[in-house]
Write a protein that binds this ligand. Sequence first.
Ligand SMILES: [Ca+2]
Ligand SMILES: [Ca+2]
Length: 306
Amino acid sequence: MKRTILKKILSVFLAIGAFFSSVIGTLRTGDPTYGKKQIDLSDFTLVWQDEFDGDNLDTSKWGFEWWITMRKGGYWHEDMVSVKDGDLIIRTEYKDEPLEYRYNFKSDPFHPYQSGYYTGQIVTRDKYEQLYGYFETRCILPAGCGLWSAFWLMNEGVFNVDGDGRDGTEIDVFESFYYKDYAIGRDYISSNLHFDGYNDGHQYHHVATPLIQGDPYKEYNTYGVEWNPDEYIFYINGKEYARSSFGGVSQKPEYLLLSVEVAGDNGVPSYNPKAGSGDIRTTPSENWPVDFRVDYVRCYQYNELL
Ligand SMILES: [Ca+2]
Ligand SMILES: [Ca+2]
């Protein structure tokens, strides 16, 4: 009898959960009055930055080697990354002809470059890592159907399965899940934490789906995370929208990534961004090629930890 009641209560909660899942299935915009706290940068010292001035990516700060070639429904390639007019640009574009291998990679026999959607990522691994502080980027998100841009932190400890995240946690400051790819139903921005690898031991926490002021696909916003030994605190335009201590909080230095991914698998998009309207899975992008524009990345350290 009690078990039946419990089951009913559980089913109600599940229904409520499903309802809220559907509600957050669209991009939420509006006045972010939920902010509990304004970041106070006087508590911090700027210790690393890239303002993306000049005409080229500063390869003393960023590299490309975190992953090679195929990534979900597209390919990552260095040529899709540029610096112009004070912004880093990660461009996504369809290429009829495969791009040439660059830098350290002469070939990838398992995932060769082919015709398809090309985009990019950059990473500070082996060039810059930081433990704790405040990490912020200012950017305009790529408004291409199925694109997934992100600003995130990682270290190799993320893959270590030991039951907690103190040895390393993937800290997703923001992720713009699959813009307008309604088949997947994730047209929103979210902040997430992952640790203990990505297989059986994988632990994951969806921290929040924040409100965004204005249109993040047309206007610059800042996205930041404050990370200390006790918790992560997430900010948009300097206003807190969520905090978490999931996993016990990473206690190890982490490197930074900026990336764009294309929905799909094995280099094949899960939709056709160039198709006409009518099919919600093939909502056309407004303007291919599509750029992820990043004005800066700045890393601050707590004054008290310097
Ligand atoms: Ca772990
Ligand atoms: Ca800039």
